[in-house]
Design a protein around this ligand. Structure first.
Ligand code: DC
Length: 235
């Protein structure tokens, strides 16, 4: 039996991570955040004092990435060399450089292999999750798992996503300017959707869910309904 993958793709600011985690909890599935893996590679690059724009150096510095990922939606585990970097990967310098690092084809190829290996690493006879795993990213339905059981593509307008990020910043007490946030959302969309390797785009057979007018709870309900409709009761 191979894993039953629920692919969740889409740009940032759609609530994708929170939705993917909650969907995994509701379905009692494992969960993998592939963005966290590209962020971990970025930490390795920054810690090695390498220019993130130097693709050759980035590929070389991440050949042996001592990365360990957890698959529990209720607890984020991201370790580099046995040390937790779960907080570090969310810091500004990592966010600012992850687009450049994640555009390096050699690195992508290695992380895609690792993502497939993680999904298939379960007990076929006795898996408490029935082989179900929610995998979240940008290219999961198009490249990593083209034959995923369900493919969900979350969208929201750039304005909605910027407004959400701006509100989050203010809540965290961070300085924030809505126009700047919108410009940065648009810059990142452009970089992610025009890069040569695995650009961000919905798979032809993906179900699109526009979250612009939906609350988080409504989005989770919509995705769970979609998955149940496609593959029946989880397990
Ligand atoms: O979802 P996130 O913001 O944590 O993702 C971080 C970056 O990694 C983002 O710039 C897109 C990139 N990414 C990717 O290229 N492919 C994936 N499967 C997941 C993330």
């Amino acid at each position: 039996m191979s894993a039953r993958v629920i692919a969740m793709d889409g740009p940032s600011g759609t609530g994708k991570s929170t939705v993917a985690r909650r969907v995994a909890e509701r379905l009692d599935a494992r969960y993998l955040d592939t963005g966290a893996m590209y962020r971990a590679a970025t930490v390795q690059v920054l810690d090695s004092d390498i220019d993130p724009a130097d693709a050759v150096a980035v590929a070389a510095a991440t050949v042996d990435l001592p990365l360990a990922m957890g698959c529990d939606p209720a607890q984020e585990i991201v370790e580099l060399d046995g040390v937790s970097i779960a907080r570090r990967i969310r810091e500004d310098d990592v966010t600012a450089n992850v687009s450049a690092v994640s555009a390096v084809p050699e690195l992508r190829a290695r992380l895609v292999d690792y993502q497939r290996a993680i999904a298939e690493d379960f007990d076929e006879v006795d898996d408490p999750h029935g082989g179900l795993i929610v995998v979240e990213g940008r290219d999961i339905g198009t490249v990593v798992f083209p034959s995923a059981a369900v493919k969900v593509y979350l969208t929201a307008s750039a304005e909605t996503r910027a407004a959400r990020r701006h509100a989050q910043n203010l809540e965290l007490g961070l300085p924030s300017d809505l126009a700047d946030v919108l410009a940065s959302v648009q810059r990142r969309d452009e970089a992610d959707s025009t890069r040569k390797t695995s650009p961000l785009r919905p798979a032809d057979d993906a179900d699109r869910v526009d979250t612009s007018e939906l609350t988080l709870d409504e989005t989770v309900d919509a995705v769970v309904a979609l998955v149940t409709d496609r593959i029946g009761v989880a397990h």
